[in-house]
Ligand binder design. Sequence first.
Ligand code: PLP
Length: 427
Amino acid sequence: MNIRKSEELFERAKRVIPGGVNSPVRAFRSVGGTPIYMKSGEGARLVDADGNEYLDFCNSWGPLITGHRHPAILEAIQEQLGRALTFGTPCEQEVLLAEHVIERLKTSIPDSRIERIRFTSSGTEAVMSAIRLARGFTGKNKIIKFNGCYHGHSDSLLVKAGSGLATLGIPDSAGVPSGFTAETIVLPLDDEKAVTEAFNRHGGDIAGILIEPVPANNGLLLQRQDFLNHLRNVCNSHGALLIFDEVISGFRVGIGGAAQHFAISPDMVTYGKIIGGGMPVGAFAGRADVFAMLAPDGPVYQAGTLSGNPVAMAAGLAQLQLLTKDAFNHLENLGALLESRFNQMQLKWKVTRIGSIFWFHTGTAPRRADQIDASAPKTYAQFHKHCLENGIYLAPSAYEVGFLSTPMSESDIERLAKLSVEFFKNA
Ligand SMILES: *Cc1c(COP(=O)(O)O)cnc(C)c1O
């Protein structure tokens, strides 16, 4: 495979951009080789700088649930381009998207408490703002997060657990003072007792529980319904807020995300990825009484020069409007096809899936970060290379999930299934 142009671009990039990339995992460090520079996309297909074509199972890490350049999204963007790119004033597009999201969540999440929404420009900002608001509303300081969940790169959430015991956060990145993570309690997933104990010990000072209800940033660690119910109950009894980080799962696991899938109504939700239709958008949303604390109504400050950007709002609305029941049925059928084709082979490797999110792993589906097979990344690196050489683009890390998009057909799925079965038969 000729990737000369990608190699040239990467060499130039490394002279001016740290590591050659603007987000670390793009550098291909965990799979080896040169990152592929993409040039164009159409539907489920990508073309790189050297003209190689790929079937795209990364979909920009999730946002592109309707694939590349969907005509309805392009049309919405173009219409807005004819008016303006940004005002820094309120605009109609943000009202339309806010109304659309809240209305659709109301009809899909049982007892939805998602009554207010504020837009940001990234998922990181959305989660960072949500926990600030949770702290401001409750007057409490501590946030529980789980080992194996990613919530963006804000200081207080870049934390990992020490041992299996409930530990107070130790920063997971240089440049984060330990004081910044001291109010973050890190617990293992899938462990009701650990949550109960944390509340017994710190309950009076816990503002909320933050979780990816579909943890999809450290493999796909699907949680038990009982565990998620427990989080809801514990928050209720201690006056803490349940915050679902649905930056990946929102509008992907059904329109109402994991809240709909598990029929659990969180106090706050964060969104990103799909909500921008391919443009940089995030959002945090939730109860009206909680959001009454947010500036300018209340004392919790939060802002953004380009927040609610009309082009991004138009793109997001157009994409959400494409996400009909039929669209989700189609994605579910494709996902089920991949899962059955691969898992019927009874290999050492399996596919775990929810809706249109899938993940290749060894053995039984792990529910906690420490249950993931540490030797898997080596095999995955070879698999990733094999896929690239055969025109399939997967995320460049064993810990990243794959995404399906609506323009995909059954034959696209059969292609991935065949290639992966052939590879993992000998792995
Ligand atoms: C991607 C992601 C984020 C961060 O969003 P960015 O737009 O990359 O800042 C936060 N939480 C979850 C669950 C994510 O998947």
